[in-house]
Ligand binder design. Sequence first.
Ligand code: ZN
Length: 220
Amino acid sequence: MVSIKLMGEDEKFIEVEVSGLPLAVMNAIRRFAINEVPTMAVEEILIIENSSSMPNDVLAHRISLIPFISDIDNYVAPEECTCGSKLGCEKCALRFILRAEAKDEPVIVYSGDMIPEDQNTKVRPVSPKIPIIKLARGQRIEMELYVRVGRGKKHAKWQAAIASLYEPKEGGGDKRILYVESIGSLPPRRILVEAAKILEKKAIKFEEKFREELDKTSKN
Ligand SMILES: [Zn+2]
């Protein structure tokens, strides 16, 4: 029988002791927490103006690595959206505007300067204090940022967590401890639940495939 004991938790991490699950399954959940639980990040950047000394691609790369507090209940990945639009719709893309100018003195532009078009969204950078660029006098940037749902296996910027699996000091039986530390996009508890859901989805898909194959052979 599977048993799960909560060993520790705060807003950054969760640690559970699990027994009764095969190691391979535990490992799969650990990997899903890292690579497959969806989060949100800047996927596309439209630079309207950049008179800073930072090249467009370097600036875009810096912005794309900023983790976002993610709303995976209200947004879906573009490839799972029904809109079929390249630009996306309100379910699969969230637009932010980043506009800054250094007039009389140098200005540091922070993650908190990215303003969402939808004022009611929960989605925002995990911290407003992440420095993006320093503008010298007279320099100006203006861009549109498209935040979308993605997964760590597609690009590390969507990685939900770091996670590890180890045996408790006072071992015995098949007990293992799963430690999950959130990057900040989702609460640690939610990451574990999502990882378990992904396991379930994959099991269902496997069952469907398996049945399909068996059906084929029975017809021949
Ligand atoms: Zn869409």
